[in-house]
Design a protein. Structure first.
Lengths: 685, 213
């Protein structure tokens, strides 16, 4: 299952929802396989789309939650299989994503490996090309983002680079379609075994990193023992090198492939070599590979004397300077509010709710039901105030679609522009206080769109402690766009209440975060993030992302809307609701609200926005103080069923229940205190 | 205080045993008698049957000996790019030259490093406490640079393997040219054509060989 907002930006790994059942993989067996590899944020998925066009599936890599896109495409007359690997920085994996990417290279025998690299950062990316060559894989180096490199005055001598590396090199600006045909041609020529496509092996010498004598010795010793023992997808030298760097998977691979005695000997050799170095071998190897890369690029890469500082660079500077960055953030938030809060939540929702559903669909449904179905109980299931169609579908289409749709559209634009990492950098110190780091800004911002999605994204946070704290805060104090929409409508005419409400919720966010950070044991977070160049988002990319996100949302959330409607129907039918309501009434009275508000809280169990919408219907019956208490309590109240079930999946039963057990009384406690404070201040009326 | 070489080594071993391995001291087995005699004569160590321990006078002296050794390693590994495997031997020889303020100059030159190349803590010297900068610095940790200051990465501190791996994955490695762009609200630096934002903790792991115009 695709959660597309996790894609290549922000060097966040792409992750699939864990409840995803195995989807049919397009059967690429028998076809020539092209594997796309490279760092995050270099345009791998653009190439994937260019090579496959249609018929793409995205599914979990077996045994993991990392998702891999596979597809089929045509290169001239020949059909090919294409696999887009998760972002990887090097062959020695550090993260789950890199592990999966390498797994594909090690086990699936790709016929061509296209390494997509960011041209301007070639110095940083070439070491991986060298590793791929060293591993004996059929590499084509794709220098992407050529347009940006040219703008910055970075020049690459492609033939010289080809000569030095001994592999084909193609420069492209894939997002603009520049060089895409040439790249396809090279891939096709490679697959057809065209002699000119594979450059001579003699020039490979240049591409080989030379390691310190001690390391070379160990490498050779291991290589000779690997010779003729076991079949690996990559060269024995690469296997030996990974072994020496202490790679756990390659170690077990060697155990699998060799006789026990030989494996012991090999692993012993590796261990004793490791003991001879004071620093990790991976560090020494990385340095040497980088030196080789630099040697090669000395003649092939020309950097400008002076750094070009165009509009993008100036804007970037302004974004990371708090003096200008904070105003930019406020302006962005205002635009976001105008787009999602006003256009989405008011104009579009109003039109769909009142005109389309209110005037046409709902009356029509009720009429049809009245004619066709004689039993009122069944009629209630589909129509009436809580029916599957009149409530469930109406909420999904008329309320959620415009709000969430506009939010995802705006989020995709922010994401593709490269703004979010700058926001993360700006806010890191504040987030450290609440036990998180700047990276958590992404799930938090996303939480204003959909808390369920955001809870899944907390997976990308590094430590258990951060995942726990962010899950708690998302459940407690980050209202989702659907809920926000109703809140804004409820308080729009009273800006003072809106401001107090926002201040209380923000205060709770910081306070609970701060306390949680004090109480939760575990490692303190560290913050590091690449700040990618600012780019003007391309319309097609933004639309595709928004569309896929919406698709995910409707596939995951829509069934729960229907389910919630059915549960409400059942609850009313069996009288369980009456029981639950009477249990809630004392609590509702305690926080000074009219008894009818209990219905809103009960619905809040199913969706927070149902709860808020319930209050909307009550707004005439409440004074200002009550309105403030009610909106605050409902905002802090339990997350919706979808978010709760995702919390169980991501954090486990115990944590999910513990979070709920905290939130339930806490929301009422804050409401009760607020109510008393208001009375004390004489604002009870 | 100049000691004979074997006494110097013993002093270091005693300090490592006491301070880093939480042992009461060392047993006489495997130590040279002259070294013990010298240390006892100077009141730096005490002997009780088979056990040798540091005296309160010996403790700071021992810390300084360890410091000289580890500074020597840092100098050899990062500035003189000594081949792996030779490091230990060379460091043992070099440390005996680091007396009479030479150690402090080297420490300042290297930006008051906190860890040796093996990731072990270097005991603080007078110069580290005062953050002395009288010698023009060759190397400084990134978090002590001013915005606009540039150089090449000299080494990455290795006391946290996880942070090291992250920096390596991002291509932040010795030899890469680096410019500090901002110190606040986070440290933003440019390495090659890529920009990174890190917190102070990670910035303190990156030691930069400064470019002097």
């Amino acid at each position: 299952m695709r959660i597309p907002f996790l894609e290549h930006k922000l060097d966040i790994p792409r992750i699939a929802d864990s409840n995803c059942h195995a989807q049919p993989q397009p059967d690429t067996t028998g076809l020539a396989l092209v594997a796309i590899v490279g760092c995050p944020n270099v345009g791998k998925s653009v190439l994937f789309n260019a090579l496959t066009g249609t018929y793409v599936t995205v599914s979990n890599y077996p045994g993991t939650t990392v998702e891999v896109s596979r597809g089929k495409g045509w290169l001239g007359e020949a059909q090919i299989g294409v696999v887009d690997t998760p972002g990887m920085y090097r062959l020695l994996p550090l993260t789950e994503e890199e592990r999966v990417a390498r797994e594909i290279l090690l086990r699936e025998r790709p016929d061509v490996v296209v390494h997509v690299a960011d041209t301007k950062s070639l110095e940083r990316m070439l070491p991986m090309t060298l590793q791929l060559i060293e591993a004996g894989l059929p590499v084509i180096l794709n220098l992407n983002l050529m347009d940006e490199a040219e703008r910055l005055g970075v020049q690459v001598d492609v033939p010289a680079l080809e000569q030095a590396l001994g592999v084909p090199v193609v420069g492209t600006a894939l997002a603009l379609g520049q060089g895409t045909p040439q790249l396809k041609e090279k891939v096709a020529a490679y697959l057809n075994g065209h002699p000119s496509a594979r450059l001579s092996d003699s020039s490979h010498k240049m591409a080989e990193a030379d390691y310190p004598p001690l390391l070379e010795e160990a490498l050779e010793a291991i290589e000779t023992r690997l010779e003729g023992n076991g079949a690996y997808q990559i060269t024995n030298r690469a296997i030996a090198l990974l072994l020496l760097q202490g790679d756990a998977e390659v170690t077990s691979l060697v155990r699998e492939q060799s006789e026990d005695e030989l494996a012991d000997e090999i692993l012993h050799l590796a261990e004793s070599a490791q003991a001879r170095f004071s620093r990790p071998i991976s560090y020494i190897v990385a340095r040497r590979q980088q030196e080789s890369a630099r040697r090669i690029l000395e003649s092939a890469l020309k950097l400008p004397e002076h750094r070009v500082s165009g509009f993008a660079e100036q804007l970037s500077k302004a974004m990371i300077n708090p003096l200008t960055g904070v105003p930019i953030l406020l302006v962005s938030l205002f635009l976001l509010y105008q787009f999602v809060g006003v256009l989405g939540a008011q104009t579009l929702v109003g039109f769909l709710e009142e005109t389309i559903f209110g005037a046409y669909i709902n009356p029509w449904i009720d009429r049809v039901l009245a004619e066709l179905i004689p039993w009122p109980v069944v009629r209630e299931l589909f129509g009436g105030p809580y029916g599957v169609i009149t409530l469930g579908v109406r909420y999904a289409v008329a309320l959620i679609l415009p709000i969430v749709g506009t939010f995802f559209l705006a989020f995709s634009i922010f994401e593709d522009s490269g703004y979010l990492p700058r926001l993360a950098m700006l806010i890191d110190r504040v987030f450290k206080r609440i036990g998180l780091n700047g990276r958590a800004v992404i799930p938090m911002v996303l939480g204003f769109g959909c808390g369920t999605m955001a809870t899944i994204v907390t997976r990308t946070l590094e430590t258990r402690r951060e995942r726990l704290i962010s899950t708690l805060l998302l459940a407690l104090a980050v209202p989702c766009s659907a809920q926000l929409g109703v809140m804004l409508a409820l308080l729009a005419s009273r800006p003072a209440l809106l401001a107090i409400w926002a201040a209380i919720v923000a205060g709770v966010f910081v306070l609970v975060g701060f306390l949680a950070a004090q109480l939760t044991p575990g490692e303190h977070p560290t913050f590091y993030m690449e700040l990618p160049s600012l780019r003007l988002p391309t319309l097609s990319n933004v639309l595709v992302k928004t569309y896929t996100r919406m698709e995910w949302y409707f596939r995951e959330i829509f069934p729960l809307f229907i389910l919630a409607s059915v549960i409400i129907w059942l609850g009313q039918l069996t009288g369980l609701f009456e029981l639950a309501l009477s249990a809630l009434v004392p609590l509702v009275r305690w926080i000074g609200l009219p008894d009818e508000a209990a219905v809103a809280f009960l619905f809040g169990f199913f969706r927070r926005d149902y709860g808020a919408a319930g209050l909307y219907d009550l707004r005439a019956a409440m004074n200002g103080a009550q309105l403030l208490v009610a909106t605050t309590s409902i905002t802090l109240f339990l997350p919706c069923i979808a978010q709760f079930s995702v919390t169980i999946k991501e954090r486990g039963w115990k944590t999910a229940l513990a979070i709920s057990a905290f939130i339930f009384p806490f929301a009422f406690l804050v409401g009760g205190l607020l109510s008393r404070l208001l009375t004390l201040l004489g604002m009870g009326r | 205080m100049k000691l004979i070489e074997s006494a110097q080594e013993l002093l270091e071993q005693l300090w490592i045993a006491t301070e880093e391995e939480a042992k009461p001291g060392l047993t006489v087995n495997g130590t040279t008698p002259e070294a013990i005699d010298e240390l006892m004569r100077l009141g730096l160590a005490a002997r009780e049957e088979e056990q040798i321990t540091l005296t309160s006078a010996g403790l700071p002296e021992a810390a300084q000996a360890v410091r000289r050794h580890r500074l020597a390693e840092r100098l050899l590994a990062d500035v003189l790019a000594t081949e792996e495997g030779l490091l230990e031997e060379q460091a043992c020889r070099l440390e005996h030259a680091l007396f009479d303020g030479v150690d402090e100059s080297i420490c300042t030159l290297l930006g008051h490093p906190r860890f040796c190349p093996h990731g072990k803590r270097i005991p603080l010297g007078q110069c580290c406490r005062q953050k002395r900068e009288s010698v023009e610095r060759l190397i400084a940790p990134l978090h002590e640079l001013q915005p606009g200051q540039a150089g090449h990465i000299a080494y990455i501190q290795m006391n946290s393997p996880r942070r090291l791996q992250k920096l390596m994955a991002m291509g932040v490695l010795p030899g890469v040219s680096i410019t500090l762009l901002r110190r606040s609200p986070s440290f933003v630096f440019e390495a090659g054509y890529s920009q990174f934002a890190v917190d102070e903790e990670i910035a303190a792991d990156i030691y930069v060989r400064l470019a002097h115009d």
